[in-house]
Design a protein around this ligand. Structure first.
Ligand SMILES: CC(C)(COP(=O)(O)OP(=O)(O)OC[C@H]1O[C@@H](n2cnc3c(N)ncnc32)[C@H](O)[C@@H]1OP(=O)(O)O)[C@@H](O)C(=O)NCCC(=O)NCCS
Length: 171
């Protein structure tokens, strides 16, 4: 697949939001109830800030945005970064799109000397991050505004120079 990975700009926001809605409605369906998925969209925030910081990447294919994801450097511990907001268009799932994005984010973090990565994964994201060596931490239920909860899991990974970043899968 001829994928391009590039930095998002604010003009991309409406397309990113449309992508996120499509992604969760299909790809989270086997893990959460419909009402939980819809309400949990309220937990996706701060993308404008990541775009402004130059740390939000898009995966483009034939002029369409089919994936997104970024990182946020920890203010108090700048050797750490949080992996944020990974979403892939359902028509392009399991084709290595998120892998390419994670590789690009990981490379950018490594370039800045950041080796400690952490994130809060959805149950739908957990197998993906596990595949790339993130370890499962605390599991918890996030309260949602409709009174329901949304199960999430904290995950961490420390890169070593020898290990580098995940390799993209062959197309
Ligand atoms: C999680 C997500 C970003 C993964 O995107 P993707 O582009 O499909 O992932 P990749 O194709 O790069 O997957 C790489 C590997 O991760 C693992 N993996 C990814 N999705 C998986 C799933 N649903 N079940 C089991 N393993 C999975 C597999 O080992 C896969 O390799 P394989 O396809 O050769 O078996 C995507 O499923 C998604 O957008 N989910 C909905 C939104 C969401 O919950 N995002 C996570 C927020 S923390």
């Amino acid at each position: 697949m001829n994928l391009s990975i590039y930095e998002a700009s604010l003009e991309d926001l409406p397309y990113i939001q449309a992508l996120i809605s499509k992604s969760v409605r299909k790809l989270q369906a086997q893990y959460y109830k419909k009402s939980e998925i819809e309400t949990a969209l309220e937990l996706v925030n701060g993308i404008e800030k990541l775009i402004a910081a130059g740390s939000f990447l898009l995966a483009g294919y034939e002029k369409k945005i089919i994936g997104c994801g970024g990182w946020a450097i920890d203010v108090s511990e700048p050797q750490k970064a949080e992996i944020r907001s990974f979403f892939v268009h359902p028509d392009f799932a399991r084709r290595g799109v998120a892998t390419h994005l994670l590789m690009a984010c990981g490379n950018e973090c490594l370039r800045r000397g950041i080796v400690d990565l952490y994130l809060t994964a959805t149950l739908s994201g957990e197998p993906f991050y596990k595949k790339y060596g993130f370890f499962e931490g605390e599991r918890f239920k996030q309260d949602l505004s409709n009174g329901e909860t949304f199960e999430l899991v904290k995950m961490v990974k420390k890169y070593t120079a020898a290990e580098g970043v995940p390799s993209p899968q062959a197309d």
